[in-house]
Each structure stands twice: as structure tokens, then as C-alpha cells.
Design a protein around this ligand. Structure first.
Ligand code: SAH
Length: 252
């Protein structure tokens, strides 16, 4: 059984109709959609936003549904200047940029775990990168030329890189700069990935975080983020997750 999570309804909306023999269960203010996706048993859930929401949902997926692996799909704000709206980042190291127990510990250190980030395994990142590549090759099935033009998406890139999560929507230049300077390897910011990665690490299961850039984590995020979420975030999640399962099944 594989768990699929998105932090916003738009990030999972188009996947629901692809689940066969779907059973819907409500628990702890979440709706879990259980069934099969391209033949593989799955549970799909909208986790709600932020690290606590994502961590409790991931824990529930593991304990209640016995998932052996979790895929998180969603949007993020770009930190790296080369990233554009519509690019995809596959998470390699996941940091919690708001974790700060200094002076007792070093900045970003996760208490008691003695680490500053959670690492995703090559088997997971390879599959996610391949899925994103296939998605872009057949992107026109999911995103129209008009929508691409609207967001200036021409040749979207796929990056394997580090992601930082925190309970903040980053839209202020000063905050963006602080994260960039203190965590220079980080490509983008979001609010859930490293929380899911911590839960998966603690329970010893693999985790994948795939993020599409929706905004530049600056003053224009206020406009770019809702426009991207309303129009094409669901299409990206749908396409990437379907390709992920095609890779997983070895289907062409
Ligand atoms: N009021 C908004 C809140 C969205 S929070 C709403 O409900 O419509 C932003 C979501 O997108 C989170 O799930 C986060 O993971 C991701 N995200 C996208 N851009 C981000 C940014 N610049 N900073 C932090 N999170 C971002």
C-alpha cells in the first residue's frame, strides 16, 4: 500500500477519479480515499497545511493503513534564482528551516535525532525524476498551451535538490534571503515535506517529495501562488503521480 499526500485540495483533486474501487473514510478531519491506482493499492489524502498537519496525516497513513511508502506532491516557492514557475523539484535533503534550538543545539538540528536534514533514497528520487520527465514529455495532455503561456512556462526544468519546510508562507524578501544564506543548498520552500520525511525516517519507510514551483517566495507570491493553485497545480499533480505509478509498475 502506498500513501499519496497533498497539502491542498487542488493538489489531490484530479487524482481521486483515477482511484478504482474507492472507499472513503473520515478520520481526524481528513478524508482518506483508499483503492487501487493503476493496479497498485493506494490511500490518497489531503493532509492540510503545515508541518503538524502533514506529520499527523503521515503517521495515520502508516499506523492505520499500513502504507509502506509515502509520496508527497504539491507546490513550493522558489529560492534558487534559476527556478521558474512550472519547474519541478524532487527533494533530496529535507530541512526544517524554522527549527532552531540554539544555543542548546546547532541551528536546524532536529532534537534527539542528531541530524539537520532527512535524506531521500536514490530508488525514490530516480523514480520521481523519471516520472517528472515523462510528465513533461506528455505535458500537453494535462496543461494547455494557453495555460502554459499564462505562466510563461516554456521549457520547464526538473531539479534534484534540497527543500526546506517551515510553518511560514515565505513571501518577504528578507525572510527568503535569510533562508538562502543559512541553507545555501536549498532550492525551494514549502510547509510540509520535511515533516513527512521525519515521520517516514522515524518509522523506517521511504518517502518522496515532489514539488512544482508556484511562486518565487517573494512579494509577487501573493498573486502568483493563488493563480497557479487555481489553474494548473491539480494538472501537474495528476500527471506526475500517474507517471510515478507507471514507473512503479514498469508500464510504458
Ligand atoms: N492561504 C493559503 C495558504 C497556502 S500555504 C490557502 O489556503 O490558499 C501554501 C502552500 O503551498 C503550502 O502547502 C506550502 O507547502 C506551499 N507553498 C507554496 N509556495 C510557498 C511559499 N512561498 N512559502 C511556503 N510555502 C509555500
Amino acid at each position: 500500500m502506498i500513501g499519496i499526500m497533498g497539502a491542498m485540495p487542488e493538489e489531490i483533486r484530479h487524482l481521486i477519479p483515477h482511484i478504482q474501487n474507492v472507499r472513503q473514510q473520515e478520520s481526524g478531519m481528513r478524508v482518506y480515499y483508499q483503492g487501487t491506482l493503476l493496479g497498485t493499492p493506494v490511500v490518497l489524502v489531503f493532509s492540510r497545511i503545515g508541518k503538524v498537519a502533514a506529520a499527523t496525516t503521515a503517521t495515520n497513513l502508516i499506523l492505520e493503513y499500513g502504507v509502506e511508502e509515502i509520496i508527497f506532491t504539491g507546490v513550493a516557492g522558489a529560492l534558487h534564482p534559476d527556478l521558474r514557475i512550472g519547474d519541478v523539484v524532487v527533494g533530496r535533503h529535507l530541512y526544517q528551516h524554522d527549527m532552531d534550538a540554539t544555543p542548546i543545539m546547532s541551528r536546524f538540528e532536529i532534537p534527539l535525532l542528531g541530524r539537520h536534514f532527512f535524506e531521500t533514497a536514490p530508488a525514490q528520487t530516480d523514480r520521481a525524476l523519471a516520472a517528472a520527465k515523462r510528465f513533461f514529455e506528455g505535458m500537453n495532455q494535462y496543461v494547455s498551451e494557453q495555460e502554459k503561456a499564462r505562466f510563461h512556462i516554456a521549457k520547464p526544468e526538473i531539479v534534484l535538490g534540497d527543500i526546506a519546510s517551515g510553518d511560514v508562507f515565505v513571501s518577504a524578501h528578507a525572510h527568503k534571503t535569510d533562508i538562502q544564506e543559512s541553507l545555501p543548498s536549498v532550492q525551494c520552500v514549502e510547509m510540509e515535506g520535511a515533516a513527512v520525511a521525519q515521520v517516514c525516517y522515524e518509522f523506517g519507510i521511504p518517502c518522496t517529495v515532489i514539488r512544482t514551483i508556484s511562486d518565487a517566495a517573494n512579494e509577487s507570491s501573493e498573486l502568483d501562488f493563488p493563480r497557479f493553485i487555481e489553474t494548473i497545480a491539480s494538472n501537474y499533480s495528476e500527471g506526475i503521480v500517474l507517471e510515478w505509478f507507471r514507473q512503479y509498475n514498469g508500464l510504458q
